[in-house]
Design a protein around this ligand. Structure first.
Ligand code: HEC
Length: 144
């Protein structure tokens, strides 16, 4: 019961809407509600994980990866039921992709950590418009 409670709280904190589909997995006598996300939510979790790794590389001053082409799915991925693509989203997604790509550009006069933070700040800007739940988690990606 306590576990279930923790999981529910986690879901409420990390996602923007509470009406997400949940799948119940019955494991012996225990029941777990597993949170399933939309294509967009899954993409976002991937973007978070990627940038968490990238942050370490930026802090060490050496990037070993390239811009992940999967991020371009932000233009086509399906949203959760209660959400849909709109002009604000389109505007911010374009800006974000541009900024994320800039992190991987070698010839820039702007420092690597600044370019990285610009991309993360665009995650936050978009989230401020319609999906505030994950903001505290995203803020942790910023390099201070
Ligand atoms: C253009 C707007 C926009 C940008 C840019 C953006 N997000 Fe999101 N994010 C959203 C929306 C909208 C959702 C909700 C998607 C849904 O529920 O279908 C979301 C959901 C999430 C979630 C919750 C996923 C879940 O499990 O429900 C996390 C975490 C997240 N974003 C992190 C990030 C990070 C990290 C970045 C930058 C690397 C980022 N986002 C960039 C709009 C954006």
């Amino acid at each position: 019961m306590f576990k279930y409670f923790c999981l529910s709280v986690l879901v409420l904190m990390l996602s923007c809407n509470t009406s997400e589909k949940k799948v119940t997995i019955v494991d012996g006598t225990k029941k777990y509600d597993v949170y399933q996300g939309s294509e967009m939510a899954i993409l976002m979790r991937g973007m978070h994980a990627f940038n968490l790794q990238l942050k370490k590389e930026v802090e060490n001053g050496k990037i070993t990866t390239e811009f992940p082409e999967e991020f371009l799915k932000i233009y086509t991925a399906e949203f959760s039921e209660s959400k849909s693509r709109n002009s604000t989203f389109d505007q911010y997604s374009g800006k974000f992709i541009e900024a994320q790509k800039m992190v991987f550009t070698e010839d820039s006069s702007v420092s690597l950590s600044k370019r990285y933070n610009t991309a993360i700040n665009l995650c936050i800007s978009c989230h401020q418009t319609e999906c505030t739940g994950p903001i505290p988690k995203i803020k942790k990606l910023l390099i201070k």
